[in-house]
Ligand binder design. Structure first.
Ligand code: UDP
Length: 234
């Protein structure tokens, strides 16, 4: 395995799958099956999952809700997804710990960096819920920050597209995929890989990002092995 400790960022929105409900059990199951293949190979795995399928802070104002309040609602939404993911992973016989940026003692541990690292060393999957616990941030920023804190070697950003393209491949058939990019190139070309805070954190700490398609079976393991898939930004 090329990577021994990985931070995997999953979007909340992707959990919706067919959009009949907030959480599509088929998507959840597929995520778990992929994740299990990494654990089998003794890869240490931390996961950040978004909350966009339930609530985003940006929606608050249109609903007459205060923005900061909305961001906290968004953070709680990520905990709901994290709990669903935890339960699904446990069904696969995997050991997990849920650590949250907001204290919720009945359902998860508070985030304590050293404890998170200890869990990883013991082979437990650590899921980081509730973002970093502060409004005006995103789960992408959470992924970058937590990856740095637990000394992950790479951030894997699972999406429904198999990498970074010159333009939106879902709209433009002539879009071309990048195999690799430097942080500088990605910035200059305005490629929107992550929000600026998340992106800058990775750049300044030399933490590579791989954008890849989480829906293709076997992709996650391929990347952990160091095989070519998705787009590497370093
Ligand atoms: N959020 C926040 N601080 C954090 C992480 C998340 O305020 O550290 C809020 C923010 O409002 C965001 C929402 O939680 O819109 C859901 O997360 P995100 O939009 O990143 O989820 P995704 O789009 O990846 O599903």
């Amino acid at each position: 395995m090329k990577y021994k400790r990985i931070l995997l960022k999953l979007s909340g929105e992707a959990l919706m799958g067919n959009k009949q409900s907030n959480i599509d059990p088929a998507v959840l199951e597929q995520y778990c099956a992929e994740i299990a293949t990494l654990v089998e190979k003794k890869v240490q795995l931390a996961i950040v999952i978004g909350g966009g399928n339930i609530f985003r802070g940006g929606q608050a104002e249109a609903l007459g809700i205060d923005r900061v309040q909305g961001d906290y609602m968004g953070m709680l939404a990520t905990v709901i997804n994290a709990m669903a993911l935890q339960s699904a992973l446990e069904k696969h016989g995997l050991y997990t710990r849920l650590m949250a940026g907001i204290k919720m003692e009945q359902v998860c541990e508070p985030f304590i960096r050293r404890r998170a690292i200890r869990h990883l060393e013991k082979g437990r999957i650590v899921i980081f819920g509730a973002g970093i616990g502060n409004p005006y941030f995103t789960t992408d920023s959470t992924a970058s920050l937590r990856a740095i804190e637990v000394q992950a070697e790479v951030v894997l950003k699972g999406t429904r597209v198999d990498g970074v393209y010159t333009k939106d491949p879902e709209k433009f058939p002539d879009a071309v995929k990048y195999k690799t990019l430097s942080f500088q190139e990605a910035y200059e070309k305005n490629l929107n890989i992550m929000d600026m805070t998340a992106f800058t954190l990775c750049q300044e700490n030399n933490l590579p990002i791989i954008v890849f398609d989480m829906n293709t079976k076997g992709n996650l393991l391929k990347i952990a092995r160091g095989e070519e898939a998705g787009t590497l930004i370093s």
